[in-house]
Ligand binder design. Structure first.
Ligand code: T4K
Length: 450
């Protein structure tokens, strides 16, 4: 459910808090670009010749960094130990911390989440059809294909952006070997309904939880839903190890089997018992992971303040709404997800993303156009109307430690300013050839093909 009211109620508004996007919409189009008030509402958008809202790049995905004082001593210790990989003590203690934080009995770390997904599906011997969303990162489809299974893309519920349990139920056939759910944007609210469907049909269920670290159900008490979950610790994630991932499960034999497969399938010094890979996390990466976990609460708190700063402004702005699912979850606020209603905003999502690039803001249109439209998968020719509609209107806004709440507020007002001048912005974009525009925007623009 798109609902920002709950979080707005929690907002501790400082003096001079913004009054909302409505006033931004009244910004007079005749104001000069050299207005130095610092309020983006008083300035011409960059696409109309004004100065960019930011003098540095503000981007989705800028990594949160550990505190050097927590990270560097660990690095020194790892170097002194002479143990750099193959199940050293940093990895072991990092896995233990992760397992305890997510409430699972076992955590098996990997070099990234994509490989973790592959190993998991291979270990579970999913060789038939695998039901999964198309509205997710392409890694999910690749993992299914990599183990020789057939991806069956299923539509999402626009309220959660996650698999629609009813659509999943309808997609189950005797050939279904499993369901790969995704807690997109950290939203776990559809997980239990999916679990009911899976149980009713006796189909195994696992989750891609790449976005869900730091997100948990509050009520009822958190427990693992599905047989296993895969988290990503990529640099762009809430907590990261540079590159890395982990499979968590309560199943000891699954964990043992997975661990073997991360190490070439070795059961002993030279006894290979399964087809494996080299998917191990390094000690230095685990050191980074520890230092990031030390910062977890501070990062979530920072993200919450950024989210609130966005929410205050965007709540009053017609046409651009912030997604916030409050179904008794603890959030990480790692993804600031907005939806653009082009009829009300006067701009399409892509136009807004393009205009923001000229303001030195890199917002992303994750996960456009959906896996089912990607070259390797588009032969499937499935009809996913909800996926297509949501993929067309969703954009992700920058957050994390590299973005301050003031930046978030400024960015939200910049969006409000663009929407307030939508007609002029659209017109200027249609003539704009700035190389900073996204390649897809330029190549899809009819004006440049003439
Ligand atoms: N499942 C889901 C649902 C996922 O979202 C992902 C990964 C996976 C599975 C697979 O997990 P891993 O195998 O990666 O562990 C990025 C990430 O590469 C990818 O990990 C992530 N999802 C996805 C959502 O985002 P791109 O193609 O958008 O990356 P890129 O290079 O454009 O970077 C994103 C932004 O971050 C850019 O604006 C630049 C900035 N950035 C990035 C890095 C790596 C930095 O400022 N510094 C950096 O070090 O995929």
């Amino acid at each position: 459910m798109t609902e920002t009211l709950g979080i707005l109620a929690e907002v501790d508004q400082p003096g001079g808090a913004p009054s909302g996007g409505a006033s931004a919409r009244r910004a007079p189009a005749s104001r000069r670009s050299d207005d130095d008030s610092g309020d983006p509402r008083a300035q011409l958008p960059a696409v109309l010749g004004g100065r960019p809202a930011f003098d540095r790049l503000v981007t989705v995905g800028r990594p949160n960094l550990p505190e050097p004082g927590r990270f560097l001593p660990r690095v020194t210790r790892v170097l002194a130990s002479g143990r750099l990989s193959n199940f050293g003590p940093e990895v072991a203690s990092f896995e233990a911390r992760v397992a305890s934080l997510v409430g699972a009995r076992h955590a098996v770390s990997t070099c990234n989440a994509t490989v973790a997904l592959e190993l998991l599906l291979r270990t579970l011997e999913w060789r038939g059809e695998v039901i999964l969303p198309s509205f997710t990162f392409i890694a999910d489809a690749h993992a299914v294909r990599a183990v020789g299974a057939i991806p069956v893309f299923c539509d999402i519920d626009p309220a959660t952006h996650c698999l629609d349990p009813a659509a999943v139920e309808a997609a189950i056939t005797p050939r279904t070997s499993g369901i790969l759910g995704v807690h997109l944007w950290g939203d776990r609210s559809a997980a239990r309904a999916l679990e009911s469907v899976a149980e009713r049909h006796g189909v195994p269920l696992v989750f891609d939880a790449a976005h869900a670290f730091g997100c948990a159900e509050r009520h009822p008490p958190a427990r693992l839903v599905g047989r296993a979950e895969v988290y990503s610790f990529h640099a762009t994630k809430l907590v990261h190890t540079g590159e890395g991932g982990v499979v968590v499960t309560d199943d000891a034999s699954l964990a043992a089997e997975l661990r073997r497969r991360t190490n070439f399938g070795f059961a002993g010094e030279d006894d290979v018992v399964a087809v494996g890979s080299n998917a191990k996390l390094q000690e230095l990466s685990a050191a980074m992971g520890h230092a990031m976990l030390d910062r977890l609460d501070a990062i979530v708190d920072h993200n919450r303040r950024n989210f609130q700063a966005y929410a205050i402004v965007l709540a009053a702005l017609p046409g651009v709404s912030l997604r916030y699912t409050d179904t008794g979850q603890r959030h990480s606020y790692h993804y600031v997800v907005a939806e653009v209603d082009q009829d009300r905003a006067g701009l399409t999502r892509d136009e807004l993303v393009a205009a923001l690039r000229l303001e030195n803001v890199i917002a992303r249109r994750y996960f456009h156009p959906g896996c089912h439209r990607a070259v390797p998968y588009r032969d499937a020719r499935v009809e996913l109307p909800m996926t297509e509609a949501v993929a067309e209107r969703t954009l992700i806004l920058p957050t994390g430690l590299a973005v301050s709440p003031d930046d978030a507020r400024r960015l939200a007002f910049t969006i409000a300013n663009l929407v307030a001048r939508a007609h002029d912005v659209r017109d200027a974009l249609s003539r704009c050839r700035d190389p900073r525009l996204p390649e897809y925007f330029v190549s899809s623009a009819p004006r440049l093909q003439t």
